[in-house]
Design a protein around this ligand. Structure first.
Ligand code: VG1
Ligand code: CO
Length: 538
């Protein structure tokens, strides 16, 4: 059936798909327009095979039913759907690759809260299992601006609760266990025997699934396959509103876990993942590992896990991520790449085998096993390394700093800033760029300042305006960028970093204070947005 429609404003995918308030997505035609625009942008659905699933948040199942009816009407021949509508982002990426599907829809607003008054999101991943690259998201947006009809069949909802093959219209629908094939993949990458032996020897862990999608994955793999004691996974049942929490694995939103890890009752390792299972937080006994350090440490030790025993081809990090992983790449004599924020920029590098491991400061790490960042993968790689090195998380981190030096790092988020003011601040910085070099702010002299633009070495595409970066003499750097995942006003991110080769045990905020005050002065933040206190520091 064809349904007439008109374009809806603002359906422009951001850093990771289209994210809006749930009620916006629930408006008649809103989801339909975006899904049809995606079909139009990929040249239609005829004969295609698609993966569909989401992180279980409010509206997930209804959205899946709509997408399946639209897929059938657009001529899709086969759909693979997670049971109960559940698929973590990395598991969906794997299913696309494993089944040689043409792509997939992943329903999630990731680390944003869920519920009827919170956030919902949709992203489209392509044949390689990775997020749609910029040229495709641009086409999707164009299609949302030109749409005049969408296709949907009139039919009953299908049963998502039981595994098996059924039909929606002429389309075959396979409802699959969301965990099985992902678990097989993890078993093929890591030394499960060694990790099992470590747990059997009394090693303890707490994994906070934050009532989000990783609950079933973590329970099956950690408590099931690896023999971690029952109760290792906390908040393991996915809830539509994530238990009213904020499923963002960082010291602020995973505070219960942090408190445990800083207490006398701390297990050997703590970990957490986000709404859709692609982020990870790692914390040792009394020792939070920054995501940038975690990326560097995983890269330096990956050869201890079977899948990476042959070494890495290269390492990529997003621009605001600290330079810690660059130092590892240099020592290993392999390539290192700096990309714009968002996993879509790693896809080409991974497909071309220029890099094996990638990561972002926002708690995302992953490898060439899928084309998304992967929370549990990072946790399992840490466990594999711990099982081989037989040292504590803290010992491994300290040893890393002693070898490579330490990149003190912190990110300040200023949320719900008026969009105009946020733009004024960025415009002001941009205008100063040509003159900043050589100027002194507080005690720091600027050595380099520019607006990051990325030339993709594989397809030659250029992505401009990817953040303002200001480097200082002595190894400091401040980066300003506007978030592309928010749903309200603008979120201004200020990323601070300071390298030290030998001063390894300073307090993080203290070591960043000079870079911070220079950044605040240069941006004139107080006058422009009226505050300098961030909402969240990670
Ligand atoms: C944020 C992070 C970015 C990450 C993106 C999606 O984007 O900074 O590193 O790739 O979220 O992560 P932004 O534009 O808000 O800074 V997730 O876990 O939402 O898929
Ligand atoms: Co996520």
């Amino acid at each position: 059936m064809k349904v007439e429609t008109t374009p809806i404003e603002g359906q422009k995918p951001g850093t990771s798909g289209l994210r809006k308030k749930t009620r916006v997505f629930m408006q008649p035609g809103y989801l339909e327009n975006f899904i049809q625009a995606t079909f139009d942008a990929i040249g239609g659905g005829a004969g295609k095979k698609l993966v569909v699933g989401g992180d279980g948040r409010f509206f997930n199942k209804q959205a899946i039913q709509i997408i399946l009816k639209m897929a059938a009407a657009n001529g899709v021949s086969e759909a693979i759907v997670g049971q109960d509508g559940i698929l973590s982002t990395p598991a969906a990426s794997h299913l696309i690759r494993l089944n040689k599907a043409d792509g997939g829809f992943i329903l999630s607003a990731s680390h944003n809260p869920g519920g009827i008054d919170e956030d919902f999101g949709v992203k489209f991943n392509g044949q390689n299992g990775g997020p749609a690259p910029e040229n495709l998201t641009a086409k999707i947006f164009e299609a949302t601006c030109a749409i005049n009809e969408y296709h949907v069949i009139e039919s009953d909802d299908i049963d998502l609760n039981s595994v098996g093959t059924t039909r929606q219209g002429d389309m075959q629908v396979h409802v699959v266990d969301p965990v099985n094939s992902y678990q097989d993949l993890m078993e093929s990458l890591f030394d499960f025997d060694a990790i099992r032996t470590m747990f059997a020897g009394g090693f303890t862990m707490c994994f906070d699934a934050m009532h989000a999608v990783t609950g079933p994955y973590a329970t099956a793999i950690l408590e099931g396959a690896l023999g971690a004691k029952s109760g290792t996974v906390i908040n393991g049942v996915p809830l539509e509103d994530f238990g009213k929490g904020h499923p963002d694995p960082n010291p602020i939103w995973a505070k219960t876990l942090m408190d445990l890890m800083m207490s006398d009752a701390s297990p050997d390792i703590g970990a957490a993942s986000d709404g859709d299972g692609d982020r990870n937080m790692i914390v040792g006994r009394g020792a939070y590992v920054t995501p940038s350090d975690s990326l560097a440490i995983l890269a330096a030790n990956a050869h201890l896990a079977p899948a990476y025993a042959g070494g890495l081809t290269g390492i990529a990090r997003s621009m605001p991520t600290s330079a810690a992983s660059d130092r590892v790449a240099e020592k290993l004599g392999i390539g290192s790449f700096e990309t714009p924020t968002g996993w879509k920029f790693f896809g080409n590098l991974l497909d071309a085998d220029k890099v094996t491991i990638c990561g972002e400061e926002s708690a995302g790490t992953g490898s060439n096993h899928v084309r998304e960042k992967d929370g549990l993968w990072a946790v399992l790689l840490w466990l594999n390394i711990l099982a081989v090195r037989k040292q504590s998380v803290l010992e491994i981190v300290k040893d890393h700093w002693e070898t490579y030096g330490r990149d003190y790092y912190s990110r300040y988020d200023f949320e719900a800033v008026e969009t105009d003011k946020a733009n004024t601040l960025v415009d002001g910085l941009r205008a100063q760029l040509p003159d900043l070099s050589g100027q002194k702010f507080s005690s720091l002299t600027v050595t380099h300042a520019d607006e990051f633009s990325y030339l993709d070495p594989v397809d030659g595409s250029i992505s401009k305006n990817q953040g303002i970066r200001i480097s200082f003499e002595g190894g400091g750097r401040a980066v300003f960028r506007l978030s592309g995942t928010g749903t309200q006003g603008a979120t201004l991110r200020l990323y601070l970093e300071q390298f030290s080769g030998d001063d390894l045990s300073r307090e993080t905020q203290d070591s960043l204070s000079d870079v911070l005050s220079a950044a605040l002065t240069i941006s004139d933040m107080k006058n422009i947005i009226g505050r300098t206190e961030p909402d969240v520091i990670t």
